[in-house]
Design a binder for this molecule. Structure first.
Ligand code: SIN
Length: 281
């Protein structure tokens, strides 16, 4: 395969061409994909025709699969690793998690070992007069860190925030046992990417409920200021989906949110897999 990497021109993101994910990838091709993924934070492949098994196999090349609580309610038959993200209902019942992430977030940041990354494979994309709806926006916490003034860098480096699973409002409120499974954890708000060493901001408005060593009122104001800084237009790539896109993002340097500008009868159907991670440093 002859692989081509085309940066989006935004602060993050690149399209990868010349790769057929339905075929097994040789080590050299996989290494080029992994390098691009670590460097660009978001990479995507157009016109992929893959089965659930092929998506799981591709995800496993990046490490162990992480199981998400939504998968316990909505997974693909015979592929418990894949969460169905969809607004579709069958016989009045949702077939997947709807409105999976309307607010800016990094997946499972409330766990002790947040996942390395997430893969979304688009099966059905809503549109209006041929214009795609249901985009996903991505923000680079690395570009946001690079743009911070030195005084702010010194103020926050080495500090840890408290991440609380119960902090974020979710489309499907979690059960008490799900809340109990994820007690609040502390992570550095300036993280180092585990593969590139690049620094990035790791703060989310809804998930972070405090900062160690800073009084609650000041911490709340600082979380808001940093979270708003990360999602400034200069640090964003907005993906306009096409059916058969496979896109993956890095959960260390990248935050994302799903744009909810569509509803039934316009259908959106995605298959999501998540890669295991490690404690942030
Ligand atoms: C997610 O947050 O995992 C889903 C993003 C999307 O549906 O666009």
């Amino acid at each position: 395969m002859s692989i081509e990497i085309i940066p989006t021109g935004a602060a993050l993101g690149a399209e990868i061409r010349g790769v057929d994910l339905a075929r097994s990838l040789d080590d050299q091709t996989f290494a080029a994909i992994e390098r691009a993924y670590n460097e660009y934070g978001v990479i995507f492949f157009r016109e992929q025709r893959i089965t659930p098994q092929q998506q799981v196999a591709f995800t496993r090349r990046f490490g162990e699969i992480e199981f998400n609580i939504f998968g316990e309610r909505w997974s693909v038959p015979d592929s418990p690793e894949i969460v169905v993200v969809s607004n579709v209902t069958e016989e009045g019942r949702p077939i997947g998690v709807r409105r999976a992430g309307e607010n800016w977030h990094s997946d499972m940041c409330y766990t002790a070992r947040p996942p390395r990354g997430t893969i979304l494979y688009a099966l059905e994309i809503p549109d209006l007069f041929g214009l795609p709806l249901g985009d996903t926006e991505f923000a680079s916490g690395a570009a946001a860190w690079d743009a911070l003034p030195e005084s702010m860098r010194q103020r926050i480096e080495g500090r840890r925030a408290v991440f609380d699973f119960a902090g974020r409002k979710r489309a499907f409120p979690p059960t008490q046992s799900e809340v109990d499974r994820y007690p609040p954890v502390k992570h550095p708000i300036v993280r180092m990417h585990p593969y590139t060493g690049r620094k990035c901001l790791y703060v989310m408005r809804d998930d972070c409920i405090g900062i160690e060593g800073i009084d609650p009122e000041e911490a709340e104001a600082l979380i808001t200021a940093l979270a708003d800084h990360i999602v400034k237009p200069a640090f964003i790539y907005r993906h306009h989906w096409r059916p058969s896109d496979l896109l993956m993002w890095d959960n260390c340097t990248v935050q994302h949110r799903a744009i909810q500008d569509y509803d039934l009868p316009r259908r959106r159907l995605m298959h999501r897999t998540t890669m295991g991670g490690a404690p942030p440093v």
